[in-house]
Design a protein around this ligand. Structure first.
Ligand SMILES: [Zn+2]
Length: 273
C-alpha cells in the first residue's frame, strides 16, 4: 500500500533530507534500499509483493503535473504498480484530478507535513466531491510524525469528513502519533482506512498503545500493509515481524497483508495508464 518510486532527481532530494537528518526528520535515518529502480522492482517481486504503489507527493505548487506524468509512465512500464498520482492546492487542480480519475488512476497521495496545507484548503473545494463520487482512494500522511507542523494532525481531516463523509481516505502510518483520533475516524467512517507503515517496528519510537490493539481486530477489513520501501532503515521483513507479534491471528494477517489491498485495488491491474 505504501511504497515510493519517484523521479530520480526528486528521489535524490528526498533522500538528502533523510541523510542529513534535517529538521523535518529529526533523527538518524540510514536508508536501506538505495538500488536503482529496476533492481528495486525486482527485489519487490522476489519478496512476493504482487502489487505496490509509487506515491508521488508535491512540496509546492506547480510540480504535481510533472510528478504525475512520471508516475503514469512508470506505471505503464511496470504491471504490478498501483497507478498513483498526487495533487496540490493550486489553480487548475480540479481539472487535472478530474482527467486522471477519468483515465483510471488508482490512488492519490497527499503529504500534509511536506506540502504544508490543510485538507480543507479552499483551493481544494472542487476536488473532493468528484473524488468522493469516483471512490478513488487517497492516501494521506496527516499524522504529526516524524516531526509535526501547523498542518499535521487530525483536525483538517475531521473537518473534511464532516463535509464529505464517504471519502475513501487511507491514513498513512495509522496517523501516528495521533493514533487514537485517527483510529476513531476510521471507526466512524465507512471508507476511512489505516496503513501500517513503520508503526509496529522497533525503529519507530512511538509505541502503539496496547489498549488500542483490541480495536484493530474490529477494524481488520480496513487495515492495509504499508512499508515506506525503499526509504526505511531496516529490512523489509521487519514490518511483517512487527505485525505478526501483535498476535491477532493468521486471518488478521492475511487480511492486512493481502486481502484488503487486493479487494481495494484488484489482485491485478485492470487499467492501462
Ligand atoms: Zn511514505
Amino acid at each position: 500500500m505504501h511504497v515510493h518510486f519517484l523521479p530520480p532527481n526528486i528521489q535524490k532530494a528526498v533522500w538528502n533530507v533523510f541523510d542529513t537528518a534535517g529538521p523535518k526528520i529529526g533523527r538518524e535515518w540510514p536508508i536501506r534500499y538505495r538500488q536503482p529502480h529496476e533492481e528495486r522492482v525486482e527485489l519487490l517481486r522476489a519478496m512476493g509483493v504482487r502489487r505496490f504503489s509509487t506515491l508521488p507527493y508535491a512540496h509546492k505548487p506547480g510540480v504535481a503535473a510533472y510528478l504525475n506524468d512520471w508516475s503514469r509512465a512508470f506505471a505503464a512500464d511496470v504491471p504490478e504498480v498501483i497507478w498513483s498520482a498526487t495533487f496540490f492546492p493550486e489553480e487548475g487542480v480540479a481539472a487535472y484530478v478530474g482527467e486522471l480519475v477519468e483515465a483510471g488512476v488508482e490512488l492519490f497521495k497527499l503529504h500534509l507535513q511536506v506540502g504544508e496545507f490543510h485538507l480543507d484548503d479552499p483551493l481544494l473545494d472542487d476536488v473532493w466531491g468528484p473524488l468522493e463520487d469516483a471512490g478513488v482512494p487517497i492516501l494521506v500522511h496527516a499524522g504529526s510524525g516524524p516531526v509535526g507542523n501547523d498542518f499535521t494532525g487530525p483536525d483538517s481531516m475531521q473537518r473534511l469528513l464532516e463535509r464529505h463523509p464517504r471519502l475513501p481516505i487511507i491514513v498513512a502510518h495509522m496517523g501516528a502519533p495521533e493514533v487514537v483520533r485517527f483510529l476513531r475516524l476510521a471507526e466512524e467512517h465507512e471508507h476511512v482506512r489505516l496503513d501500517t507503515t513503520m508503526v509496529f517496528t522497533d525503529f519507530f519510537g512511538m509505541p502503539y498503545p496496547a489498549w488500542l490493539v483490541p480495536r484493530l481486530v474490529d477494524l481488520q477489513p480496513k487495515i492495509l500493509l504499508g512499508t515506506d520501501f525503499p526509504t526505511i532503515p531496516y529490512p523489509y521483513a521487519h514490518q511483517l515481524e512487527g505485525l505478526a507479534r501483535l498476535d491477532l491471528g493468521d486471518d488478521w494477517l492475511r487480511a492486512v497483508c493481502w486481502e484488503n489491498g487486493a479487494g481495494l485495488f484488484g489482485a491485478e491491474r485492470s487499467v492501462r495508464p
